[in-house]
Design a protein around this ligand. Sequence first.
Ligand code: GLU
Length: 305
Amino acid sequence: MKTTEAAVQKAYETVRKSAPSGEVATYIPELARINPDLLAISVIDLQGNQCSYGDAETQFTLQSVSKAFSLALVLQENAAAVFDTVGFEPTGNPFFSMLPMESEHGKPRNPFVNSGAIAVSSMIPGGNAKSSYANFLGFLEQICEEKPVMDVDTHRSESETGYRNRAMANFLKQYGWIEDVDTAVETYFMQCSTLTNVRQLARMGLFLANRGIDPLTQKRIVDEESCRAIVTLMTTCGTYDYAGRVAIEIGLPCKSGVSGGILAIVPGKMSIAAFAPRLGTHGNSEAGMELLKLISEELSLSLFQ
Ligand code: GLU
């Protein structure tokens, strides 16, 4: 862990000193209120050694990072049904786009664009948004041994302004991919509004670095095949229409969110969470990406070298 810790600290110091770039997301009004210059990183290895730098206890909402966990939850329930409903392919379009769906019978291309994630949320057992979200929180509690909560203001903000996500849910319903529009979309808004911090988020991702088994509790969270599907989709579709660049520059499965959080998995080794609210043009945290790039380079973590 010493070498890792030194690399993480060095990356943190470098990025902290660099000029900030990017803008915080404002299309969800509540997200615009965050301090744009927060910066945090946390790394945990399969033995449970963890090191964190910066604002590691500062909370932010999971946003799209939640899509990796809702996918894990539903794959554990019924993997075949999931991939009958959402595909495996990158879209090359922004996460909020409805483009490929329109010519493909409303079927979302993958579980990480919003349409696919809404379809996945609709498969979380529960029958209504409140119960489905309670199951989602229960799943998170299982993987991080803490009980996360929802930020009610962000949820209200998303729910009041999420016209496009509602449009997608209606589109999915029109084609029969989901049963109930409100359940799907509200469950989705709630999961996106779940609060976390980098220390906890890195811990949440650990099972994905260990073929689906939480190495600290020895509990199987998802089967090996599902774990492989999740980390592969994180690599190809986890950072919006920027995933190719991320694969080249960082070379790790990552899932990012518009609040500035990113989860990166180093299979067989560790889980990394970064947070910095300023986003680049494709919706990924600028400083978060830079941290991951420096750490990946320093420790030779890329899966593609
Ligand atoms: N709740 C956000 C939305 O639906 C999540 C987007 C993201 O983090 O990519 O727009």
